[in-house]
Design a protein around this ligand. Structure first.
Ligand SMILES: [Zn+2]
Length: 226
């Protein structure tokens, strides 16, 4: 039997199909894939997002409640639907690349490097030691915009959920979100991921998580949707 048959779908796949095909809340080109990663849910990156519109879920997301799965999927669908998101990611990559090229060009000129081997070596060293700090700098520079994207994706999910999914109209959107974050914390506590100890700390310093904290996100939903 094919895995596309309804009987074989897991909980996340079932909710995804329901949201995309029955409720038409997600673009029909978006697909879903299971992936071992650090996040419970994720969507395709900017440079892939245009061509391969995918939402990824961690195997552990299957243990979330139906509402949390729906909100998690809709949040990612919000990232994919929001075209501004792509522009920001372009800025984050294009500006550092241009900046970086300019720096190595000027430095190579200044050092008056003519020997091909020397130039090659210079580029290699600069690539290893220069590129990550520059991307990190740009990441910090655009941190606020990235944070706003998360808020927009939350709002996209909340709006869709409120319009088409809410069963009990006495239930508040902020409560549903708060429950989602509680459940997500539960599964990520047991999920150490592949980056350990110091590397993880360094990665967080260079590229800090741009998701606003749980209370801020719940408060923003409360303000707009309760
Ligand atoms: Zn997000």
């Amino acid at each position: 039997m094919k895995s596309t048959k309804k009987g074989n779908l897991n909980k996340v796949q079932t909710e995804f199909r329901y949201l995309r095909d029955n409720k038409e809340m997600i673009d029909s080109h978006v697909s879903l894939k299971e992936k071992n990663m650090n996040n419970p849910f994720k969507s395709s990156k900017i440079w892939m997002g245009r061509f391969r519109r995918k939402i990824f879920y961690h195997p552990k997301a299957k243990s979330l409640s139906k509402e949390s799965i729906q909100l998690g999927i809709l949040h990612e669908a919000g990232h994919l639907a929001n075209i501004q998101n792509y522009h920001k990611w372009l800025i984050i990559t294009a500006i550092p690349v241009a900046f970086f090229m300019a720096i190595i060009y000027c430095t190579a000129n200044f050092l008056n490097l003519e020997d091909q081997v020397k130039i090659g070596l210079f580029y290699l060293i600069m690539s290893i030691f220069g590129f990550i700090p520059i991307i990190s700098f740009s990441w910090h520079l655009f941190y606020e915009y990235l944070q706003k994207d998360e808020i927009k994706a939350d709002e996209f999910a909340a709006q869709k959920f409120k319009d088409k999914l809410i069963d009990n109209h006495n239930q508040k959107m902020s409560e549903i979100f708060s429950n989602l974050f509680k459940e997500l914390e539960e599964i990520s506590r047991n999920n150490q991921g592949y980056l350990q100890g110091k590397i993880k700390t360094l990665k967080r310093k260079l590229f800090p998580d741009f998701h606003p904290d749980r209370d801020t996100r719940v408060d923003l939903i409360k303000e707009k949707f309760d």
